[in-house]
Unconditional design. Structure first.
Length: 321
């Protein structure tokens, strides 16, 4: 009995400390905690960030016209989405409540998150694409998977033949929201080829051929170093470098986390005069994945991946060939 007593006391002390830590985390508060209804929500949003001054919070179950209210999609959404005006949850695990809201600007509906950074500082993160014109209300729902808070986003889309609802399942990661994946792949990638075409403007046009060992290639064609329309600078040309191992591994990890083999092979936006991203990934098992993405908006994960690949043009030790 004497031998077990210290162990029991240690367990009790650990439990007590853990309980105190939990209480400390839960004791963090911000103005978001005081929001109780749509009026207090609207008052808070107007002061939380200057970019939201023209944003009007709208309950997901408010419809702007009779046509939408009588749509069969409305009944479907009503059965799927709880009737809440907003979502409060700790989406990034920092102990502070974050906020997910839906609403409208003058021309479009939007969904966005207000992430609480502490000391009444907030970061606005779009959930719906800021480049899209959303003519119908957007719905959000909070669910939990594997103890992770997940935002389900429902957007109504129309075609010439039908009305449909697009569902996205999003998780907060590295400062933004990406598609949630139940499992992470373990691809062995031997080569990444990434290139862009031109657009109506000064979009950078280039090709990258990346390998984990040996020399990678950067073919700079237009507007990589100079954004003046119609000019081709001497800096454009062909370069080579050994890609930093950490940077290559980050890109491979991103591809694993988004299960890139399971993505579509083609994406396109609904507007014109944009550029196309072309991605080719070679795997150690001999398989190849191709993705062509007009507008470079295919998925949230792909958009972040493109940013990492674009950055390689300037954060590596390239030498002119």
């Amino acid at each position: 009995m004497r031998k077990t007593l210290p162990f029991i006391l240690c367990v009790a002390m650990l439990f007590s400390c853990a309980k105190k830590n939990v209480n400390v985390k839960q004791s963090k508060k911000s103005t978001i905690d005081s929001i109780t209804d749509l009026n207090s929500l609207r008052a808070f949003v107007k002061t939380a960030d200057s970019t939201l001054r023209d944003f009007t919070c709208v309950s997901p179950h408010v419809y702007k016209n009779e046509e939408l209210a009588s749509s069969p999609v409305k009944q479907k959404l009503d059965s799927m989405i709880p009737k809440t005006d907003y979502i409060k949850a700790d989406l990034d695990g920092n102990g502070l409540m974050d906020l997910v809201i839906t609403g409208e600007t003058q021309f479009s509906f939007h969904a966005l998150a207000l992430m609480s950074l502490g000391e009444e500082q907030y970061k606005v993160v779009p959930l719906s694409s800021p480049r899209n014109y959303n003519q119908f209300p957007i719905y959000t729902k909070l669910v939990t998977k594997n103890d992770i808070p997940i935002i389900e986003l429902y957007e109504k889309r129309t075609t010439f033949k039908d009305q449909k609802i697009n569902k996205s399942t999003l998780v907060y990661k590295d400062g933004t929201f990406v598609e949630y994946q139940d499992k992470v792949a373990n691809y062995q990638i031997t080569k990444i080829e990434f290139g862009t075409t031109g657009c109506f403007g000064t979009c950078p046009v280039f090709n990258l051929t990346l390998v984990p060992e040996g020399k990678s290639l950067f073919e700079a064609k237009y507007y990589n170093f100079n954004q003046n329309l119609g000019e081709r600078e001497e800096e454009e040309g062909d370069f080579e470098a050994v890609i930093k191992t950490t940077d290559f591994n980050v890109i491979v990890q991103m591809m694993n986390e988004m299960n890139i083999k399971d993505l579509e092979s083609s994406y396109t936006v609904g507007w014109t005069d944009d550029q196309t991203a072309k991605l080719k990934i070679s795997f150690a098992d001999g398989s190849v994945k191709y993705i062509q993405d007009y507008g470079m908006q295919g998925t949230r994960g792909l958009k972040i991946l493109y940013e990492k690949l674009l950055a390689l043009r300037f954060n590596q030790d390239w030498e002119r060939i």
